[in-house]
Design a protein around this ligand. Structure first.
Ligand code: GDD
Ligand code: MN
Length: 394
């Protein structure tokens, strides 16, 4: 990834690994931008009013724009009493969440505040979020739309409100402990202490960076401040339907981070694979195919189904060390070796005990998939030793 940092003196050398020395008690406001040229001047103007000449405050834009946003920032920054810098990324890895993490990696101040550039998040709350954290000793202060005094006025239409509400419930249902005391885990406006995020391995996916930080960093003490989610000042939302899918994938990745959870996920996906398997079997046998031949073919439907879900939901972060075709090949090989083992069992159930094809198959599937999952983890997704490390990207 190639990056430009402007102005070069505002932060340490971008090539250096170490973050800049902490500015005692300082606040860095991280603003992710993607084509927000019509918003940045207004944003910096309102920030000027909000922070006055408070010391140790700086703004870091992490920009993935294809328009003239960096130039607009540079122009508006000339009037600012605080340092303003732009980290421009040529490849927008990880989208909005990836941009925020790239920013976090460069921050040296005590507090990090994350805020959108389109003025849906009121800039006057920036000092208040940090102040609330200092006052209460919290590690994380979330600006919430769901507290008394807050609102989601800027969420256009009942559809978006419903989506946002369901996403909140889903996240809170899946992470009751990590999200306790946070009424608005979908908020993109919050303040967090740098010590809370230091050293964490963050793998954000899409928009929900606060969810990533709360689940992976587990800030102990949390506080919330109500806010009114306003309409966008200018430009258009960058969120698409794809973000919804990314959000679900992100939830699955966070939820399956522990080995036990992954095993359960394995089992559930394996179970769900019965559906395409048995469906294909039913279709093929009804089309007149001999049942053992149909078993072999139908199994491929289940294999493909399982592979897709296991890849995207469970082992997203463990795919790099093998090419996808290698993974699919190994996965299919294991699954079919399992089928080879299963066929005599099914033949026995059907031929000897007179069972029907479908129940016999289901029974054989259950007895063998546990074995297959263990072998899959070991032979497809277990990272190879450093000696065999390859840089093949998926
Ligand atoms: N650097 C970078 N890269 N910034 C991005 C990218 C990207 O790929 N995508 C979006 N942004 C920036 C936008 O420029 C804006 O400053 C901010 O992220 C939010 O993007 P919007 O397009 O305005 O998102 P939204 O209003 O639909 O979503 C906001 O509200 C949600 C709550 O309803 C975000 O704050 C979400 O985080 C929040 O969950
Ligand atoms: Mn917005």
């Amino acid at each position: 990834m190639s990056e430009d940092l402007w102005p070069p003196h505002a932060l340490d050398d971008p090539e250096a690994d170490a973050p800049p020395a902490p500015a005692g008690g300082g606040v860095t406001l991280i603003v992710p931008t993607f084509n927000e040229s019509a918003n940045v001047a207004e944003l910096l103007g309102r920030l000027r009013t909000a922070v006055g000449d408070r010391e140790h405050f700086e703004v870091l834009f992490v920009d993935d724009s294809t328009d003239d946003t960096p130039a607009a920032i540079e122009k508006a920054a000339a009037d600012c009493p605080f340092p303003v810098s732009v980290l421009h990324r040529d490849s927008p890895d990880g989208g909005l969440g990836g941009a925020v993490v790239a920013g976090i990696d460069r921050v040296g101040s005590d507090w990090i505040v994350v805020m959108d550039a389109d003025l849906q998040h009121p800039p006057h709350l920036v000092p208040e979020l940090v102040g609330e954290g200092e006052r209460t000793g919290a590690d994380l202060v979330v600006a919430s739309r769901y507290l008394p005094g807050g609102s989601r006025a800027g969420l256009a239409g009942g559809y978006r409100v419903a989506v946002s509400r369901s996403a909140t419930w889903l996240a809170k249902g899946l992470f009751p402990r990590a999200l306790r005391g946070i009424s608005d885990p979908m908020s993109g406006f919050f303040a967090i202490r740098r010590t809370t995020v230091a050293g964490a391995v963050l793998q954000p996916l899409g928009y929900k960076i606060l969810l990533e930080l709360t689940v992976r960093c587990r800030p102990e003490r949390r506080a919330e401040v109500p806010f009114v989610f306003e309409d966008r000042f200018a430009g258009e939302s960058k969120s698409t339907a794809r973000e919804g899918l990314r959000f679900l994938t992100h939830l699955a990745a966070l939820r399956s981070a522990s080995p036990l959870a992954r095993m359960i996920g394995f089992g559930l996906i394996g179970l769900s694979g019965f559906v395409p398997n048995l469906l294909a079997l039913w279709l093929l046998t009804h089309a007149g195919m001999q049942y053992l031949a149909a078993e072999v073919l139908a199994n491929q439907a289940g294999v493909l189904w399982n592979f897709l879900f296991i890849e995207t939901l469970l082992f997203r972060d463990r795919r790099r060390h093998r090419h996808w075709a290698d993974r699919l090949g190994r996965f299919a090989l294991l699954a079919n070796a399992d089928l080879l083992l299963r066929i005599p069992v099914i033949a026995l159930f059907v031929g000897r005990f007179g069972m029907d094809v479908l129940p016999a198959t289901a029974l054989a599937l259950v007895t063998t998939f546990v074995l297959r999952f263990a072998a899959t983890e070991a032979l497809v997704y277990l990272p190879r030793g450093p000696r065999a490390e390859r840089t093949t990207r998926s």
